[in-house]
Structures are given as structure tokens and as C-alpha cells.
Design a protein around this ligand. Structure first.
Ligand SMILES: [Zn+2]
Length: 238
């Protein structure tokens, strides 16, 4: 049952290939680093915007103080009875009204500016926690990769030794034929037969081929005429 030995060996090899494929995948996923860079750019832009709003906030606060001083002055004047004519009183009242309206408007502006700052700070916090999350993911992937690399190294060594052992029990001509065919199919040169068809390409196999396979009892290399893989008739399917 040489073919069986080789087939079973290839199944183990496939698991190793899957791990190698996962490493390539992780390599791709590590592009997440670019995402961090663009988030950091956004944070910088937000910080610039915040400093603009902070400046504006100080200006508004100064205006409010100034306005409040003027309002205090005019209120004192109105309470002081220093105003002689009703015209003067009326003018002072009008000024007071205007100052009050201005105060109202300035406070609204202040509120708007403060909430803009708050909003941007909140966004920065969100981006920062997103960056932390990505960094954690990257760390995990790196650990997974190191683990896989270690496993692959150990398993390849085991497989190499196992193949040496298998090779000893297989006639050299079959072994060299197998190795030659394997060069075209590094991910597995042997295909099983499924309901009379090649499990690799689906081609129906001629009856003679099936007969030949049964008779050879897995000690001869019979290839699929369509895809070229070595055919294997598992014992349990016969
Ligand atoms: Zn085939």
C-alpha cells in the first residue's frame, strides 16, 4: 500500500500548508498599521481644530467680561438718579437692553464653542481607544504568528523524518516517480476516487482504470488522465 502511505503523509503535510497560509494571511492583516497612522493624522487635525476653538472661547469670555462691566455701569447709572431728563433715562435703558441682548448672544456663542470642543475631545478619545484596540490585535497576531512559526518548524522536522521512514518501504522507482509528479503538485499529488470519479478534477474514470487500481492494491502509480494526479482508491471505498 505505497500510495496509501504517501496519501496519508500528504494529509499531514496539508495541515502544515494551512499553517503557512495563515502566516501569509496574518502578514496581510498586519497592514492594520496603516490604519493607526491615518487615525493619528485625524487626531492631529482634531487637536488643531480644538486649539482654534480654545482661542475663540477666550475671546468670547473677554467680550462677556467687557460687556458685563458695561452692563454693571449702566445699571448703576440708572439706579443712581444722576440722569436728569427722561430722554437720558430712555437712552440709558436702551443701552442696557442692547447690552443684555449682546450678553445673551455671547453666552450662546460660548456654549456652542464649548460643545464643539467637547465633541472633538470625545472624538479624539474614540480614535485613541480604536488605536489601542488595533495595537492589541496586532500584538495578538504577532504572537499567533510566532507560535505558528515555531509549530511549523517542529512539524516540518517531524514530517521530514517520517518521510524518510516511508521512503525506505517504497521501491525507488515508484518513489522517484512520485517525487517527480509531486513537483507539479506541491500541495498534494494524490487524489482519492469518489463514486468512480477523480476527487481532484471530477473526471469520471474509465472502468479499466478502476480495475487497474483495484488490482494494483495501491502498489502502482495510476494517474488521472485529465488532471494528472496520482489516483488513490481508499480501502474502505472498495
Ligand atoms: Zn483528475
Amino acid at each position: 500500500m505505497y500510495i496509501k502511505l504517501l496519501y496519508e503523509f500528504e494529509q499531514k503535510e496539508k495541515k502544515l500548508r494551512e499553517k503557512e497560509a495563515r502566516i501569509k494571511e496574518i502578514d496581510q492583516e498586519l497592514q492594520l498599521k496603516n490604519k493607526i497612522a491615518s487615525l493619528q493624522d485625524e487626531i492631529e487635525a482634531l487637536k488643531t481644530a480644538i486649539s482654534g476653538f480654545e482661542k475663540r472661547k477666550l475671546e468670547i469670555q473677554r467680550d462677556i467680561d467687557e460687556n458685563s462691566d458695561q452692563l454693571k455701569g449702566i445699571t448703576e447709572l440708572l439706579d443712581s438718579n444722576k440722569l436728569k431728563t427722561s430722554k437720558e433715562v430712555k437712552a440709558a435703558r436702551k443701552t442696557k437692553e442692547n447690552l443684555e441682548a449682546k450678553e445673551e448672544e455671547l453666552k450662546k456663542n460660548l456654549e456652542f464653542t464649548e460643545s464643539a470642543i467637547k465633541e472633538k475631545e470625545e472624538q479624539i478619545r474614540e480614535f485613541e481607544s480604536e488605536i489601542k484596540e488595533i495595537e492589541k490585535q496586532i500584538q495578538n497576531m504577532k504572537e499567533e504568528m510566532q507560535e505558528l512559526e515555531k509549530e511549523i518548524k517542529a512539524e516540518s522536522e517531524v514530517l521530514r523524518k517520517e518521510f524518510e521512514k516511508i521512503a525506505k518501504s517504497i521501491p525507488t522507482d515508484i518513489l522517484s516517480q512520485y517525487e517527480e509528479i509531486k513537483e507539479s503538485f506541491p500541495y498534494g499529488a494524490i487524489a482519492t476516487i469518489d463514486s468512480g470519479a477523480c476527487a481532484n478534477c471530477g473526471a469520471m474514470l474509465p472502468l479499466e482504470t478502476l480495475e487497474e487500481l483495484k488490482e494494483s492494491k495501491g502498489e502502482k502509480l495510476v494517474r488521472c488522465e485529465v488532471c494528472g494526479k496520482i489516483l488513490y482508491f481508499p480501502e474502505e471505498l472498495k
